[in-house]
Design a protein around this ligand. Structure first.
Ligand SMILES: Nc1nc2c(c(=O)[nH]1)N[C@@H](CN(C=O)c1ccc(C(=O)N[C@@H](CCC(=O)O)C(=O)O)cc1)CN2
Ligand SMILES: NCC(=O)N[C@@H]1O[C@H](COP(=O)([O-])[O-])[C@@H](O)[C@H]1O
Length: 299
């Protein structure tokens, strides 16, 4: 049977003739295809339709990779589990490796979300370039001499309100998130920090500076922390941490690389949990993650 493959994604792909009669189509520019705003690969198969040669107008059934993986996404983006695919915003300042790791987990079908917008204070950073290549809109914040196109805090909140965002993920973003945005997205903004908070956090602690301080302290362990964002740097409720050993003669670069590998894994798992609505708040205000494998377990 002839089969068509396309990407229902924020990425805009040109039509590509692949092997016999298989064609990649831009999912939402083609007149024949329903618009599905998913970031999953889609297998578009002729669904009991006449052979292509016999019909000019071809209607196709759009089957997401989730369906191939045993879950299905229907028109309103709800999974078989009844949980809606979540709209994610990401904030970056540099290479965006955490952003890429989560995006790759989305494409693999492990995270039931989609990135709808990226915000950065550096219009030409690696994270912004990756977003543009994947058809994800880029917003500059804040407005500075170096970034005259940047938005003010109020205009940022207004701009983001048009994307139907469920969660905001900070991933190597180095500017203070304004209180206007925190009020607009309560318990919905997460940040990843490369040390075991509250140790080695706060103003002045970012990037390699964190790992240099850890090594200078003689600490035997470090590791990433994911926390909810409040008005101050790194003081929000901690959601997840991982332990990473500090080796006797570690350089800051070696420790940074070891921690970063765990960041990528942990942030993808936390993103999956928030999109699956598996984060709950204990009565004393502590957020917990419900295990996907064993729903009776929380961590
Ligand atoms: N309201 C909040 N905003 C941000 C938080 C937060 O917890 N609450 N987290 C940071 C990320 N971060 C640590 O995880 C962090 C980033 C930057 C700094 C810092 O000292 N920045 C310098 C400026 C650096 C630069 O412009 O290159 C500074 O403010 O002087 C500390 C911690 C993201 N935003
Ligand atoms: N205090 C904030 C901070 O230091 N964040 C750190 O910046 C790096 C960004 O990497 P990435 O841009 O490749 O994701 C990551 O290690 C992240 O934990």
């Amino acid at each position: 049977m002839e089969s068509l493959f396309g990407v229902c994604s924020n990425s805009f792909l040109p039509s590509i003739q692949t092997h016999k009669n298989s064609v990649f189509l831009p999912s939402f520019n083609s007149p024949h295809l329903p618009r599905i705003k998913s970031q999953n690969w889609v297998s578009l198969k002729p669904h009991n339709f006449p052979p292509f040669a016999a019909s000019k107008k071809r209607e196709l059934k759009c089957i997401s990779s989730d369906e191939r993986l045993g879950t299905s996404v229907d028109e309103d983006d709800s999974l078989k589990t009844g949980v809606r695919i979540k709209n994610l915003a990401v904030f970056v300042s540099g290479g965006g490796s955490n952003f890429r790791a989560i995006h790759e987990a989305i494409v693999r079908g492990e995270v039931h979300g989609r990135f709808v917008v990226l915000v950065t204070n550096k219009h030409d950073c690696g994270g912004a370039e990756y977003a543009r290549k994947n058809g994800i809109p880029v917003i500059i914040y804040p407005n500075t001499k170096g970034e005259p196109e940047g938005l003010s805090s109020n205009n940022l909140v207004a701009a983001l309100s048009t994307y139907g965002i469920d969660f905001i993920l900070l991933a190597g973003y180095l500017k203070l998130i304004p209180s206007e945005l925190i009020r607009a997205y309560p318990k919905s903004i997460l940040n990843i920090h490369p040390s075991l908070l509250p140790a080695f956090g706060g103003k002045g602690y970012y990037g390699q500076k964190v790992h240099k301080a850890v090594i200078a302290s003689g600490a035997r362990y470090s590791g990433p922390t994911i926390h909810f964002v409040d008005e101050n740097y790194d003081t929000g409720r901690i959601l997840a941490q991982r332990i990473v050993p500090v080796i006797a003669n570690d350089t800051a670069e070696e420790l940074a690389a070891r921690v970063l590998r765990q960041e990528h894994k942990m942030y993808a798992e936390v993103a999956a949990a928030i999109c699956d609505e598996r984060v709950i708040w204990r009565e004393d205000g502590v957020p917990l993650i419900q295990s996907k494998a064993n729903p009776e377990h929380y961590s």
